[in-house]
Design a protein around this ligand. Structure first.
Ligand SMILES: [Zn+2]
Length: 302
C-alpha cells in the first residue's frame, strides 16, 4: 500500500539531488516495471513476474482513505495486452489486493505456478486456483527451476502513520470467495531472490520493510526496493542498502496506484523522490550503487 507515501517521499527528498542516467548492460537479464509493485523478469526465454497489478483499482475515497468494500475486478484486457506470454512463476510478496489480485487470472490463462504463504494459498484456493499450481513458502526455501533458482525470505509489511496496516490477517483455512479489497488480507510478507546463473535480483519490492538479518550479505546485482510509505520504519533505505550492497537499486511501489495504464495522463515514471532518496542514501553511506528510475512498461537490460 502506498497511502501517505507521496508526502513522505517528498519530505525525504533532498533538494537538488540528481539521479545519474542509467547505462544498460548485456547480461541477458531484463526487467520491466508493470506499475505499483509489479515486475516482470526475463532471461534466456524464461519469464517470472512478481506482484502483477495492472488493474489499478480506484480504491481511494475523497478523504484519501481506502474504500474497504471496493469490489475486486480485473482489467483482463490490460493483462492480455501486456502479459500476453506465459510467466512460469507468479511470485507473491503478500496477499493485499494490489499484489495478488491478478494471480488467479494468470493461472487460469497461462497455467502459471504461484508461490506464496499459507494465507495466500488459502485465498487463491478460494478463488478456484488449483492446489497443484500453488507452491507454499514461508521463508528459507531455495527452489531449483533448472536454469534459475528462487529463494524466499521472511519479510515484513510496511506500517502506516499509526504503526498498523490495511487489511492485516492470517488465514489457516480456505475462506469464502474474496469479493472486496478488504478480503485480501496480508497473510505474511515474503522477499524473493531470483538467481540466473550467478546474476541475481532481490525483490524487497512489495512493501517498504524487511528483516535485516534475513537478507544481510546477499550482495545481489539488482535490488528492487519498495518505496511506499516508510516514515516509521527506522533508517529504511540505509539499512536496506547497507545490508545487501547491490550494484543497482530500483525503486518499486512509488506511483499513484490508480491512474490507468491506458490513460494518457499516466506519468511515465513514479514519484521522482523515490529514486532521489535512494541516490542520496547511497552517497551518504559511501556505496557506489547505481540507481535506475524506471519508466512504466519499459524493458531494461542489466
Ligand atoms: Zn500491502
Amino acid at each position: 500500500m502506498l497511502v501517505g507515501s507521496a508526502a513522505a517521499l517528498a519530505g525525504a527528498a533532498v533538494a537538488g539531488s540528481a539521479v545519474p542516467a542509467f547505462a544498460e548492460g548485456r547480461s541477458g537479464v531484463r526487467l520491466r516495471w508493470l506499475g505499483v509493485a509489479g515486475w516482470e523478469l526475463t532471461f534466456a526465454g524464461r519469464r517470472v513476474v512478481i506482484d502483477p497489478y495492472l488493474t489499478r483499482l480506484p480504491v481511494f475515497g475523497a478523504d484519501g482513505g481506502f474504500i474497504e468494500d471496493y469490489p475486486l475486478t480485473v482489467r483482463k484486457d490490460l493483462l492480455d495486452r501486456h502479459l500476453a506470454e506465459k510467466p512460469e512463476l507468479v511470485l507473491v510478496s503478500h496477499g493485499h489486493y494490489d499484489h495478488m489480485l491478478e494471480a488467479p487470472y494468470l493461472v487460469e490463462k497461462h497455467g502459471s505456478r504461484v508461490i506464496g504463504t499459507e494465507t495466500h494459498r488459502n485465498l487463491l484456493l478460494a478463488q478456484g486456483v488449483p492446489a497443484s499450481n500453488i507452491t507454499l513458502a514461508s521463508g528459507g526455501e531455495h527452489l531449483d527451476f533448472h536454469g534459475f533458482t528462487v529463494q524466499a525470505f521472511r519479510s515484513l509489511h510496511s506500517v502506516f502513520g499509526n504503526y498498523g496496516t490495511f487489511a492485516p490477517g492470517t488465514l489457516t483455512a480456505v475462506p469464502r470467495r474474496p469479493e472486496t479489497i478488504a478480503d485480501l488480507v496480508e497473510g505474511g510478507t515474503l522477499a524473493y531472490l531470483v538467481d540466473v546463473g550467478g546474476f541475481s535480483v532481490l525483490f524487497l519490492s512489495g512493501t517498504a520493510n524487511f528483516i535485516e538479518r534475513e537478507v544481510a550479505g546477499l550482495r545481489p546485482d539488482v535490488l528492487v526496493l519498495g518505496m511506499s510509505g516508510h516514515a516509521n520504519v527506522f533508517d529504511y533505505t540505509a539499512r536496506a542498502l547497507r545490508a545487501t550492497r547491490p550494484r543497482v537499486v530500483v525503486p518499486s511501489h512509488h506511483d499513484d496506484m490508480v491512474t490507468q495504464l491506458d490513460d494518457p495522463k499516466l506519468p511515465p515514471r513514479g514519484n521522482p523522490a523515490a529514486a532521489a532518496e535512494l541516490a542520496d542514501t547511497a552517497r551518504r553511506i559511501g556505496l557506489a550503487t547505481r540507481v535506475l528510475d524506471p519508466e512504466i512498461l519499459r524493458w531494461y537490460e542489466f
